[in-house]
Design a protein around this ligand. Structure first.
Ligand code: NAP
Length: 271
């Protein structure tokens, strides 16, 4: 008799728009792994209890999305180096019956930018727009690529300053005035405004020749940031669909020990 599939899920608020169940079911089909993957809605008050109950009931692992990545980090007994540095967890599992957390957003972003899009990160001047949980999660992986510099701008200035403090000399916080006359080779948008069609403060003069732009947000149509980047003359402009699939693949590898092929999944979601 076949055993039941191992249960996984993504927890967030909102959650109905999540593509993670579809992505993981495609990974499972492709690799032959027997899993069931659901989407769970939680409030902040419910979050800790839901996670505890999920694992007590035999769940195999959870993905964590907005706004719970910091809460998940604070619950973990074991943390991957990237999760520890970024204070944000998007992948939970049990290690010797204790809660363990990893952050696969940074690996996902780097694999998409370098591997799928063929854009170099090493030696580049990077401008990061936004200082939320997603930006926090990707900074350690970007740093490992040895960029020439990393500058962060955020609408709420104090949050960018806090990020720069947390990451020491690896990151400089900048206000709009500080960016005057500066140029960058890679601009990454991690603000959630794109979801509502809102562009963060951006200026075409920041694009150095050959500059590439990347929006962590993804949508059926080009995001407002991707459209702006093309109009501003970026050499390449991409949204975050590839990152979404790549970070999911790394979670799948952590849970199942098998790395799925992301290319057909990205292609199918694009279509
Ligand atoms: P978050 O913690 O809520 O942070 C949101 C960020 O967006 C903050 O920096 C916020 O600035 C900024 N922001 C929101 N509205 C803005 C506006 N109108 N103008 C300028 N800045 C604005 O969210 P998060 O977890 O970092 O996620 C950010 C985005 O990344 C989300 O849209 C999420 O879907 C996307 N994401 C994608 C992937 C992927 O795999 N592709 C993975 C993770 C996240 P303030 O600090 O001033 O509020």
């Amino acid at each position: 008799m076949n055993s039941l599939p191992v249960r996984y899920a993504v927890v967030g608020n909102p959650i109905s728009q999540s593509k993670s169940p579809l992505i993981h079911s495609m990974f499972a089909q492709q690799t032959g792994e027997r899993i069931a993957y659901a989407a769970l809605l939680a409030t902040q008050d419910e979050f800790d209890g839901l996670v505890g109950e999920y694992f007590r009931a035999g769940g195999g692992g959870l993905n964590i999305t907005l706004p719970f990545k910091r809460s998940a980090w604070s619950m973990c007994r074991h943390l991957s180096p990237n999760a520890a540095r970024s204070k944000a967890v998007n992948t939970l599992y049990l290690r010797e019956d204790e809660l363990a957390g990893a952050n696969t957003d940074g690996i996902g972003l780097v694999r998409d930018i370098r591997g799928n899009l063929g854009i170099d990160i090493g030696g580049r001047r990077i401008l990061l727009l936004g200082a939320g949980g997603a930006m926090r999660g990707v900074i350690p992986a970007l740093k490992e690529q040895a960029p020439a510099s990393m500058t962060v701008w955020n609408r709420t200035v104090e949050r960018a300053a806090e990020l720069a403090r947390d990451f020491g000399g690896d990151l400089t916080a900048a206000g709009i005035d500080d960016l005057h006359g500066k140029q960058f080779d890679l601009i990454i948008n991690g603000t959630s405004g794109s979801l509502q069609g809102r562009l963060p403060k951006v200026d075409a003069s920041w694009l150095a020749p050959g500059c590439c732009c990347y929006d962590m947000v993804y949508a059926e149509e080009d995001t407002v940031f991707v459209r702006w980047a093309r109009d501003a003359g970026a050499a390449a402009a991409a949204d975050g669909l590839g990152m979404l699939v790549e970070q999911a693949a790394e979670s799948f590898r952590i849970w199942r020990g098998v790395t799925p092929d992301t290319e057909p999944v990205i292609r199918r979601l694009r279509n």
